[in-house]
Design a protein around this ligand. Structure first.
Ligand code: PEP
Ligand code: MG
Length: 573
């Protein structure tokens, strides 16, 4: 078994295809006719530009707009770079001095590559990969090497390359034949990782691949970063069984697609979806979610090297709203900071980033950035049922300041005669210990709550959610966390505002009886969990959930609570 970077979750079993086995090293040669060599270089560039333009067209036709935009940006960046007059001048001069076009272009691009690679900023450093890919593509053109046609691979292909490139992913866009990706290069924020996650392709990167030949059977576990080469029969059977059991359960769950979310005893509740981009929005609608409970907009910001413009954001939010066809879409304003760094926003290095300059704290300081986002959300609200959600609220003043800003932006839109939903709802994430303690006060100021159990747990337990040494404390089943959740839900009920949960705990079958007993209005979960949560809810009777709640909340430790909930959980399938 090989272990690498768990770049994109999921299991893929298939036969390898090495996308880079055709590439060999460049050799210098004697240039006979300088003018002909310059013309060869120009032809290589022209042919590269034509191919790349075709790729851009293909990604635009086959992918969701936001993902297509990202891929198109990467690809057009290469056209811009290779057409740069300075670069062309350097290459031409080098050829005139007797160098081959092959070496001249490689050397000229190496300068750019080194410049990116030496950046302290990991995002910029990873852009060196784009330059390498461009260089290799031009070299291939000069050598007359035809790149393999990845748009026509056999079903069940695991695509392997030293570097899985954006242009390879553009080639496989819209086809189902590739089941997983393996690469030696590719950090978590590299384009290939971002794109693999967007495309829902399991991927393991940062792995040595020299010993992998074409046609080798492999199991790729993108969630654990594990790869099994030529696995024995038993291993294939185990993973295939796991994979099939998952498919089987998913099939059974389809019965819940056309059903409302109802308890066995008839009470209604709702299952919503968490999304991070516009393709997720389509998946959310197809999953039969009754709305989007959390659109994590920071992912939109992470995909670019500068803050996305109002127009780009507007397009993404509008696409999400229209994809949901009138169902509610709750857009969370930028939650940057903590473990989510966005290099170009220049966040200060902090001793305790989770307790620092994060989310609403950042946005209320950088109102220039905040206003652009609010304006884009408001404009998109004319096209569907959008709600605004503020993250990391710990005081009423943060809500009031945000609302003043929202009102200002509304006035600007009125002046510009731009449509928006005048009654747009504004709610908050209840995810800090402070918000749980003053939930009754906050409930009077906002239209809805959404409980972010991922953060609420770390802040209530004073245990960093990313620190393995205190991971045992980061459980939602600690009595303190459960009491915080209960008090938030009850405060919302008292104030007659809606209360949702969008943290991971919303999809936990063990939590269901407690949340149902307290009367949670919306469970917002990943698209893959929608039907399982709806099916789980359908197994419970309200009276039964109240009994479970009474018993569980009387227990003293997390182990006691979990053991008890495990003993009463309903088995699906
Ligand atoms: C949460 O904190 O529970 C949440 C949903 O937000 P995030 O995981 O993005 O911090
Ligand atoms: Mg959070």
């Amino acid at each position: 078994m090989k272990k690498g970077l768990a770049a994109s979750d999921g299991i893929g079993i298939g036969k390898t295809f090495r996308a880079d086995s055709h590439l060999n090293n460049t050799v210098e040669y004697i240039v006979g006719d300088i003018d002909k060599e310059i013309a060869r270089f120009e032809q290589a560039v022209a042919s590269f530009v034509t191919d790349t333009e075709k790729k851009i067209e293909r990604v635009k036709t086959n992918n969701a707009p936001e993902q297509a935009n990202l891929q198109a940006d990467v690809l057009s960046g290469r056209i811009v770079m290779i057409s740069d007059p300075y670069l062309i001048g350097e290459v031409t001069n080098a050829i005139k001095s007797g160098q081959s076009a092959l070496i001249a272009v490689q050397k000229a691009l190496e300068v750019f590559e080194k410049m990116f690679a030496s950046s302290d900023d990991p995002y910029m450093a990873e852009r060196a990969a784009d330059v390498r890919e461009l260089s290799q593509a031009i070299v291939n053109k000069l050598k007359g090497i035809q790149e393999p046609d990845l748009s026509n691979l056999p079903n069940g292909t695991v695509l392997v390359a030293y570097e899985i490139t954006a242009s390879m992913l553009a080639d496989i866009a819209g086809s189902d034949s590739v089941v997983a990706l393996l690469g030696t290069i590719g950090g978590f924020t590299s384009h290939c990782s971002i794109l693999a996650r967007n495309m829902g392709l399991p991927a393991v990167f940062e792995i040595e691949l020299d010993d992998i030949k074409d046609g080798t059977t492999v199991i790729v576990d993108g969630g654990k970063g594990e790869v099994f080469l030529s696995p024995d029969k038993k291993n294939v059977e185990t993973y295939t069984a796991q994979y099939n059991a998952k498919l089987e359960l998913e099939k059974k769950m389809q019965a819940y697609k056309s059903k409302p979310t109802t308890l066995k005893s008839g009470e209604h509740t709702h299952v919503y979806c968490n999304i991070g981009n516009t393709s997720d929005a389509k998946a959310a609608f197809e999953s039969s979610a009754e709305g989007v409970g959390l659109f994590r907009t920071e992912f939109l910001y992470m995909q670019y090297t500068t803050a996305p413009s109002e127009e780009m954001q507007f397009l993404a939010y509008k696409t999400a709203a229209t994809s949901l066809n009138g169902l509610p879409v709750i857009i969370r304003t930028l939650d940057v900071g903590g473990d989510k760094d966005i290099p170009y926003l220049n966040l200060p290095k902090e001793e305790n980033p989770f307790l620092g300059f994060r989310a609403i704290r950042y946005c209320l300081t950088r109102t220039d950035i905040f206003e652009v986002q609010i304006r884009a959300i408001l404009r998109a609200s004319a096209f569907g049922k959008i709600k605004i959600m503020l993250p990391m609220i710990s005081d009423v003043s943060e809500v009031r300041k945000s609302k003043i800003l929202i009102e200002k932006v509304k006035k600007d839109l009125d002046k510009d005669k731009i449509e928006y939903d005048k009654n747009i709802q504004v709610g908050i994430m209840t995810e800090t210990a402070a918000s749980a303690l003053i939930a009754d006060v906050l409930a009077k100021e906002v239209d809805f709550f959404s409980i972010g159990t991922n953060d609420l747990t770390q802040y209530v337990m004073s245990a960093d959610r990313g620190n393995a040494d205190v991971a045992h404390l980061c459980s939602v089943f600690y009595p303190a966390v459960l009491r915080a959740i209960k008090s938030i839900i009850l405060a919302a009920k008292k104030a007659k505002i809606e209360v949702a949960m969008c943290g991971e705990a919303a999809a936990d079958q063990l939590m269901l009886p407690l949340l149902l007993s307290w009367g949670l209005d919306e469970f917002s979960v990943g698209a893959k969990s929608v039907l399982k949560v709806r099916a789980g809810i359908a197994q419970w009777d309200k009276v039964e959930t109240d009994k479970v709640e009474k018993h569980a909340m009387g227990l003293a430790t997390t182990d006691e609570i979990k053991d008890y909930l495990k003993s009463v959980v309903k088995v699906l399938g």
